[in-house]
Design a protein around this ligand. Structure first.
Ligand SMILES: *[C@@H]1O[C@H](CO)[C@@H](O)[C@H](O)[C@H]1NC(C)=O
Ligand SMILES: *[C@@H]1O[C@H](CO)[C@@H](O)[C@H](O)[C@H]1NC(C)=O
Ligand SMILES: *[C@@H]1O[C@H](CO)[C@@H](O)[C@H](O)[C@H]1NC(C)=O
Ligand SMILES: *[C@@H]1O[C@H](CO)[C@@H](O)[C@H](O)[C@H]1NC(C)=O
Ligand SMILES: *[C@@H]1O[C@H](CO)[C@@H](O)[C@H](O)[C@H]1NC(C)=O
Length: 402
């Protein structure tokens, strides 16, 4: 097949030119998508009723730093789950690109991504690791005294609140452990707020019905836009029809893909299991320019996630186990293990990207013959960086008023 030979050729060109490859058949790219989708599916299984959002890119970056300090099986598990090795310069370069583009506000997107490692105070850290951490995607190392769990808890909560710029407390509380082993808590946050390439007009927003999975009908502020967008309808493996629309952000380096069951009788849970490394690129690369009427509820989701609940299902177990963890690359002096791995993601979707406020004028929408994409029931969304294929965010909206 022609497409196969072209991609084989591109792959071999890529391996000659490590780091500079922007091709969709890049196996690294697929592995990264695989991590993102596997992580999301585990999470969705644990919690199948509420709004969700996580930033796989941010989680992948924070685990990447741990990989730099890991050895033996702890290293191997992180490498296998993440789909990249921090010993590979090409992988490091592409991670750097992800981070630079996401946080480069001159191109439009405004993402704040931060990671912190709280390490037991008084411990001698490997100078090489300290140096790596300083250069790694906005990471800081902090000292904490895990013998004083309440103080450490307060320290972590305060860091989360500051890095996300909000005053909300998180209900995190560390347990007192009598373990003589040394602990590390890793915390990552990601906040995204950007401007659409083509803004929704504020005065076109009006209260429309949104039907929840339980059949509850809510009136929620729904944004409206008539625009030429990339759109497609596809069948999942179990023959459920889904509609996918791509809404680019300013600069077109990042797009939001909204995935909606076409038939209102199909639940979101039924299509969740079909979001895969094979299906998502297939859908997103086969959209067609279509002039459409788009209705999307305004929403804001923030989610606090305990990664200890999901990472073991992806094969990352040793780092949480005091008897197995091997972080000799962080400190030669003591046995370290990860006692906490916390992630907090926050996303806001509004007409233009600035906080929507004030009163809303009602408009009567003219009838048109354009096809309609109406997200008036639960849907998935994914934010993907075009150049690297990295999934910055993945989540679902079950209830816009939550
Ligand atoms: C949600 O999870 C609960 C408990 O695991 C299960 O009983 C229920 O059927 C699930 N609901 C859906 C819509 O998948
Ligand atoms: C940020 O984006 C602008 C515009 O695309 C580009 O010129 C600049 O080099 C970028 N900066 C970095 C640090 O990537
Ligand atoms: C880096 O992290 C700090 C919080 O530790 C945050 O305020 C800042 O916005 C982050 N920078 C970027 C570029 O994400
Ligand atoms: C940590 O806290 C314990 C209990 O309060 C105290 O005995 C110890 O000296 C502290 N360690 C450091 C390095 O501050
Ligand atoms: C730590 O917090 C727990 C629960 O909030 C509380 O019961 C306990 O008294 C606190 N310990 C100290 C030393 O403040």
């Amino acid at each position: 097949m022609l497409s196969l030979s072209i991609s084989t050729l591109l792959l071999s060109l890529c391996s000659l030119n490590v780091g500079g490859c922007e091709n969709y058949d890049d196996p690294k790219k697929n592995l990264r998508t695989e991590f993102a989708l596997a992580l999301y599916q585990r999470l969705a299984e644990l919690d199948n009723r509420t709004n969700l959002v996580i930033s796989p890119a941010s989680i992948s970056l924070s685990l990447g730093l741990l990989q730099l300090g890991a050895q033996g099986n702890t290293f191997a598990q992180l490498k296998n789950a993440l789909g990249y090795s921090t010993h590979d310069q090409g992988a490091l370069d592409s991670l750097h690109t992800v981070y630079q583009e996401v946080t480069n506000s001159s191109q439009g997107p405004i993402a704040q991504l931060a990671c912190v490692l709280f390490v037991q105070a008084g411990l001698l850290l490997s100078p090489q690791f300290v140096q790596h951490a300083a250069l790694w995607a906005n990471t800081t190392l902090r000292q904490a005294n895990f013998s004083e769990p309440n103080r450490t808890t307060a320290q972590i909560n305060e860091w989360i609140a500051t890095s996300l710029g909000d005053g909300e407390t998180n209900g995190l509380s560390l347990e007192t452990t009598d373990s003589p082993l040394h602990q590390v808590a890793v915390v990552s946050t990601m906040h995204f707020k950007s401007t659409w390439q083509r803004k929704f007009i504020f005065t076109n927003t009006q209260p429309l019905s949104f039907t929840t999975a339980e059949g509850l009908i809510l009136k929620v502020p729904t944004m409206y836009l008539r625009n030429e967008v990339n759109y497609g309808e596809f069948l999942t493996d179990s023959l459920e029809r889904i509609s996918v629309v791509e809404l680019p952000y300013l600069g077109e380096t990042i797009s939001m893909f909204v995935v909606l069951p076409s038939d209102r009788r199909t639940s979101l849970a039924q299509i969740e299991t079909h979001l895969s490394t094979r299906s998502f690129p297939l859908w997103s690369n086969n959209l067609r320019r279509t002039k459409m009427d788009i209705f999307l509820p305004r929403f804001r989701i923030q989610k606090h996630l305990d990664l200890k609940m999901v990472l073991p299902a992806l094969g990352i177990t040793d780092m949480f186990d005091p008897t197995q963890a091997d972080f000799k690359g962080i400190s030669e002096q003591a046995s370290l293990y990860i006692s906490e791995a916390i992630h907090k993601a926050k996303i806001e979707v509004t007409e233009d990207g600035t906080s929507a406020s004030g009163t809303t004028a009602m408009v009567l929408l003219k009838r048109s013959r354009a096809p309609v994409f109406k997200a008036d029931r639960p849907f998935h969304f994914l934010l993907r960086q075009a150049s690297t294929g990295s999934i910055l965010f993945i989540g679902r909206l079950m209830n816009p008023t939550e």
